[in-house]
Design a protein around this ligand. Structure first.
Ligand code: G4P
Length: 533
């Protein structure tokens, strides 16, 4: 390869809890050769314990820090798999992580199809034009009809599907997958060593007379019928449209039994694009080949140990070469900083990183210099508008339980907002009672806990009945703009931390009506995090 970045593949997995993200991750590492037996990534039992017992925050954070990004090398390629927090720690972090990825794998449970969290995450990919590859999982269990699943994906997500593989049977009768391009049937059987090892595979052409011996007469005939239907009715694969996020290639399999995982990894390897260009402010396009180094912070992970508040800032490199100890320009602070103590995360281990390239993610030890959205570069000032704020889905008004702790509260919420744990909104006239917006409800509890334990401010939340926030263009910034929103019967008009007017709505009906009634305004689901240079 002409350049190191060309072999980088940086991706994330989007799915609803329990669809099989952990299992598939493990199997990708197994087939990618990063681990020799599955069961090594993290024990699911341990994960579950940590999630339900979330007050053991340190433990939970320990897990999510080490799993924030996993790297593995496979056939000359360097894969960077970004962890998108799911389950109870589903939060804005989950959305922001997608900003650092060049491609996403969407996992669907074959019995359930598209579920609420898949839908939300897919929507973020759609907004950003991130290409999505679909893996339909759990075919070894009773599954919905594959054609019906494809229609559901198309209807609910509004994306065209192009099956790359096709399941041969399902449930107890699931035998393997048909590779449409090669016109080959891959029949899997479980390894004697169980699901921890690769499944064995036998091959047959779809038209080979031996197919019915391999699969059985009935399954072979059924498969042929389905393939005929598919070839007749299906959409053609088109790379441009895939890269634009308009079509999603679909693979079938079972992460648990490993059936279909290998063809998926092979296909994904071909499909997942290398790092592409990114837009910076001032109409500057940064390409991965640029000599100057550039990167942005998409996640800041606080260490929960209150005695020394060290943090790790995760940066996505967009161009150039990273070197440990290098000096870079920090746009928001307007000064040079040295990047000391950088780490990368291989399968399980954390290692100090000396050199990294566009597409790579490095974790920088953060003495308090970095915020989400910060841009770092060599060769002068530059800023990406890469990481937006996303519309929160839950809102709560802070009630300070000990009025003497107002200062602590102020400091706490400001720092936590900077860290990106929460978004703050101010209702003009009620400046003393800020409103917090979060994507996942657990964040309220995390916030309550952290404000008390790290800042000494005891609070509770009054949960508000809003579900949507929209940043409004077309009115002035500040209280005046919020006043205009109020006059136009927006259910609740507030300001974000930069003083931008934001409208809150209880449901999509209220939101739709407001959009209809206020044609002069533009409604934004996300807002750039402004970096003052
Ligand atoms: P998540 O990270 O997306 O939340 O899902 P995870 O991989 O933890 O999988 C959720 C459950 O689904 C697990 O079962 C897992 O074993 C099971 N699973 C994942 N992929 C498949 C598959 O292809 N087929 C079948 N039949 N099951 C699958 P669990 O009972 O919750 O956990 P465990 O006791 O098996 O560890």
């Amino acid at each position: 390869m002409a350049h190191e970045y060309e072999r980088r593949r940086t991706f994330a997995i989007i799915s609803h809890p329990d669809a099989g993200k952990t299992t598939l991750t493990e199997k990708l590492l197994l087939y990618g050769g990063a681990i020799h037996a599955a069961g090594a990534v993290k024990s699911r039992k341990a994960k579950r314990a940590a999630v339900s017992d979330w007050m053991a925050l340190e433990k939970q954070r320990g897990i999510s820090v080490t799993s924030s990004v996993l790297q593995f090398e496979h056939q000359g390629m360097r894969f960077n798999l970004l962890d998108t927090p799911g389950h109870n720690d589903f939060s804005e972090d989950t959305y922001r992580t997608l900003v650092a990825a060049d491609c996403a794998i969407m996992i669907l449970d074959a019995a359930k199809g598209v579920e609420p969290q898949t839908k939300k995450l897919f929507h973020v990919c759609r907004m950003r034009g991130t290409p999505v590859v679909t893996f339909v999982n759990k075919l070894d269990r009773p599954a919905r009809d594959a054609f019906e699943l494809m229609s559901q994906v198309e209807e609910v997500l509004g994306v065209h599907t192009v099956p790359v593989t096709w399941p041969v049977g399902s449930g107890d009768l699931f035998q393997g997958v048909y590779d449409r391009d090669a016109r080959k049937v891959l029949r899997f059987s479980r390894s004697e060593q169980g699901n921890e090892k690769r499944a064995e595979v036998n091959l047959s052409g779809i038209d080979d007379p031996g197919l019915k011996d391999l699969l059985g007469e009935e399954p072979a005939a059924a498969l042929k019928d389905e393939v005929e239907l598919l070839d007749g009715a299906g959409e053609e694969f088109d790379l441009e449209r895939f890269l634009a996020g308009e079509i999603t290639p679909v693979f079938f399999g079972s992460a648990l039994t490993n059936f279909g995982v290998e063809p998926f990894l092979e296909g994904f390897r071909e499909l997942c694009p290398p790092p592409g260009p990114r837009e910076a402010a001032g109409d500057v396009t940064v390409t991965p080949t640029d000599d100057r180094f550039s990167a942005f912070v998409f996640k800041v992970q606080a260490n929960m140990d209150p005695s020394h508040r060290d943090r790790i800032a995760f940066v996505r490199i967009c161009s150039g070469r990273f070197e440990g100890g290098m000096r870079v320009h920090h746009y928001r602070l307007g000064k040079e900083v040295r990047l000391n103590r950088a780490e990368q995360f291989f399968a399980q281990a954390r290692e100090t990183v000396n050199v990294a390239w566009a597409g790579d993610i490095v974790g920088l030890y953060d003495p308090g210099l970095f915020r989400i959205g910060d841009t770092l570069s060599t060769g002068g000032a530059m800023t990406f508008d890469a990481v937006p704020r996303f519309s929160p889905e839950h809102f709560g008004r802070i009630q300070l339980l000990d009025p003497l702790k107002r200062k602590q509260l102020q400091k706490g919420i400001q720092e936590l907002a900077e860290e990106g744990t929460v978004q703050l909104f101010i209702q003009p006239g009620r400046e003393k009672d800020p409103i917090c917006g979060v994507v996942g409800r657990l964040q309220f509890e995390v916030l309550t806990f952290r404000l008390q334990h790290e800042y000494g401010a005891k609070i509770s939340f009054d949960i508000l009945p809003y579900q949507f926030a929209r940043w409004i263009d077309g009115v002035e910034d500040g209280a005046e703009g919020a006043g205009e929103l109020k006059a136009r019967r927006v259910p609740l008009a507030v300001l974000d931390v930069d003083g931008r007017p934001v409208a809150l709505y209880r449901d999509s009906w209220e939101l739709d009506r407001s959009v209809r009634d206020n044609e002069a305004w533009t409604f934004h689901e996300t807002a750039p995090i402004r970096q003052m240079g």
